[in-house]
Design a protein around this ligand. Sequence first.
Ligand code: ADP
Ligand code: MG
Length: 296
Amino acid sequence: ATMPPLLAAMSTAGRHGVLVKNAVVLERLADTSVVALDKTGTVTAGRPVLEEVRLLGEAPLEHEQVLRLAGAAEYPSEHPLATAIVTASRQAKVTVTGASDFVSLPGRGVTATVDGHRVEVGTADRLAISGPAAQRARTVAHTMTDAGHTAVVVARDGVPVAVLGVRDVARPEAADALHRCTTLTRTPPLLLTGDNAAAAARVAASVGITDVRAGLLPEDKVAAVNELSQRGERVALVGDGVNDAPAMATAHTGIAMGQAGTDVALETADAVVVRDELHAIPTVIALARRARRLVI
Ligand code: ADP
Ligand code: MG
């Protein structure tokens, strides 16, 4: 017996590494007019590496102390930046367990209590830090950012003690896969990221994306999707993080990167990329279109 075209397409998509939740999703994917992607973990492989630690303050902490505070505070986080920091802490033989009162602030960073101190780790522009040390932290962060790093500030009891520079490069197949998206939808893909503009621009340039929206909180990603929808676009939103889930739910279709994907993203998504590579995106859109032509 021959399978109905939509079912057959869902099965083919599965073989190409995309699990499509149901046939309705496949029809919606066929309508995609533009692909919007998250940066960290989506356009990048999401395996960032901590490359720089700049100590701040009048009486700087030891390098190991900073890795202790940051590693322990990040240990419960699922974010790729957290993984980079925890890995570096472990490599320095620093204990990363024992934090309490962990709070994750999507698009901003984390806070936790470590060794009796209130520790914040996150983006320089959105942390609750002030005073001359905060100004210095932001200056250092901007220098790192200009050098292509994602800069993350570590604060202890409200005082910045270090800036960490993390590097995350685009997936090797990203430029080709995104070019295929442009050919399919006739609209170039765009980047929606919570990271800073310089880091975003660098990754975007390396994969041929020109439309970049940076510094977005989860609700700003939703607003960006809504704005596109109001212009008549049918957005396929590809992401991996907790911060992407609301925008995924708002978009015409939400697609989660399975490997790096957080539970919230996987549950919210209409389709999940289980093979860890971006070619799955244009492939599933093309399959969806072909299936629809067979149905009509
Ligand atoms: P993206 O949209 O590119 O996936 P996010 O919205 O997840 O990025 O994060 C945006 C920014 O918030 C990061 O570049 C970082 O500065 C900060 N951030 C988010 N989560 C964390 C974390 N767990 N630790 C440190 N910084 C974080
Ligand atoms: Mg992400």
